[in-house]
Design a protein around this ligand. Structure first.
Ligand SMILES: Nc1ncnc2c1ncn2[C@@H]1O[C@H](COP(=O)(O)OP(=O)(O)OP(=O)(O)O)[C@@H](O)[C@H]1O
Ligand SMILES: [Mg+2]
Length: 265
């Protein structure tokens, strides 16, 4: 089995420059928002409900367009169909009529650059990476919530995107499964080296995963604070949350979030 490597692994720089965005009702969500994510960086977006996290991810993926400013990947204006992009949603959104294997193959078939045999092999490779090699022939309704979310992760990763965008992918899971998937995600990321932008409401999850946490204030404030999480890797839930630096980052973020929420009242 070949070892995974993201396509065109030399890059994956994401840049928003001076972005203005309002929905059709005219309410401004971002004004002059700028953010750069460097290749291979793991950035977590944190902020109160309604502050614009999903909107920001949809701008980064090209699903929606800014009113002003630019969004680019490696200098090229972003388009949702770019091979560079992988997206994991809050709910797994699997096709119930397809097997686990065919769900993971789906994105590969859309791309059309692999033979059916190569698609099968790639899909099986990524199912094995997320620990689901034995579930390939099952259907989504036969899986637990955590397994479904792992299939969704395998589906997003199988095309080997340079950029992984994740919108609270583990938000609906119990704490134990969530921790396990956080560790798995970091293990995959350390092998694959993608640029990641990951949304969560959970401060512990943010600190555990991130190289950098970006806190968003109430719309249209945009970025309130950024915190570099200089904790050693590899990280594990058995040891990392006990480190004084973890606790310090957590405290700083709690203060910041409390401040952002206060200003909203
Ligand atoms: N399609 C839409 N049309 C109009 N307004 C929208 C639309 N989608 C989102 N909004 C509004 O834009 C703001 C930001 O929404 P967004 O979904 O980005 O927030 P969020 O930070 O992801 O929140 P949550 O943490 O609850 O998921 C909210 O006030 C929301 O009501
Ligand atoms: Mg959201």
């Amino acid at each position: 089995m070949s070892s995974p490597s993201p396509s065109g692994s030399a890059a994956g720089q994401l840049a928003l420059q001076a972005v203005d965005f309002a929905y059709a009702d005219g309410r401004s969500i971002f004004r002059q928002l700028s953010l750069t994510v460097t290749p291979g960086e793991f950035v977590v977006l944190l902020g109160p409900s309604g502050c614009g996290k999903s909107t920001l991810l949809n701008l980064l993926s090209g699903f929606i367009q800014p009113d002003r400013g630019t969004v680019s990947i490696d200098g090229e204006a972003v388009r949702p169909e770019m091979d560079a992009l992988g997206y994991v949603f809050q709910s797994p959104n699997l096709f119930p009529w397809l097997t686990v294997l065919d769900n993971v193959r789906f994105g590969l078939r859309m791309r059309g650059d692999l033979t059916p045999a190569a698609q099968q092999q790639r899909a099986r490779q990524y199912l094995a990476l997320v620990g689901l090699a034995d579930a390939a022939e099952q259907f989504p309704h036969q899986l637990s919530g955590g397994m479904r979310q792992r299939v969704a992760l395998a589906r997003a990763l199988a095309p080997e995107p340079k950029l992984l965008l994740a919108d609270e992918p583990f938000g609906a899971l119990d704490a134990i499964t969530r921790r396990h998937l956080n560790e798995e995600l970091l293990r995959l990321w350390s092998q694959l080296g993608q640029t990641v932008v990951f949304i969560t409401h959970d401060i512990d999850e943010a600190v555990f995963l991130a190289d950098r946490v970006v806190v968003l204030g109430r719309a249209p404030q945009g970025i309130d604070t950024q915190l570099t999480v200089d904790l050693p890797r590899p990280r594990s839930f058995a040891t990392t949350p006990r480190l004084p630096r973890f606790l310090a980052c957590r405290e700083q973020l709690m203060d910041r979030i409390a401040h952002v929420m206060e200003r909203a009242v």
